[in-house]
Design a binder for this molecule. Sequence first.
Ligand SMILES: C[S@@+](CC[C@H](N)C(=O)[O-])C[C@H]1O[C@@H](n2cnc3c(N)ncnc32)[C@H](O)[C@@H]1O
Length: 160
Amino acid sequence: MYGTTHPHPGQPFWDKTTPQYARKPVGDPATYKEKLARLATLLRPTDRVLEIGCGTAATALRLAPGVGHYTATDGSRGMIDIARSKLGPDAPTNVTIGLADTLEDIEGAPFDAVCAFSLLHLVPDLPRVLDYIRRQVKPGDLFISKGSIPVRYAFPILVS
Ligand SMILES: C[S@@+](CC[C@H](N)C(=O)[O-])C[C@H]1O[C@@H](n2cnc3c(N)ncnc32)[C@H](O)[C@@H]1O
């Protein structure tokens, strides 16, 4: 479905970090639960959602039951292997998990919503990634980001 044609420079770091990352419990479960609830109110049951930099798909698998289809991608094979291992019989059936860099075109674009959680502060070329995100989401639809990015970059996407 997706290639590894654009491995990002941080990929070896994330591949190496995956086992610890996957074992780490959520820092503040109550706040995480609140965030999930807030996110769920922003997404519609028919939405086709893309999440980039999904890590081990912990958030993807929680949000998927509330939307039409959820595509979760990450540039680290280690993260994606763990994410895919969670697609057991109890997992939501409307989830596609794929290995992809933030600049890689994703099958199914444009989406109703694009999500990036704790990702954008990590990418080396933020304006290029924001432009890419703009192309993955339908005009006038939703881009949801958690984490910090400079306002000068966020503003054009917020008003577009
Ligand atoms: C801090 S983790 C956040 C994971 C997940 N979004 C979460 O909130 O738990 C950052 C993730 O972004 C991925 N990542 C970093 N740079 C990326 C890039 N350029 N393309 C795709 N994934 C990237 C890493 O592999 C890692 O899984």
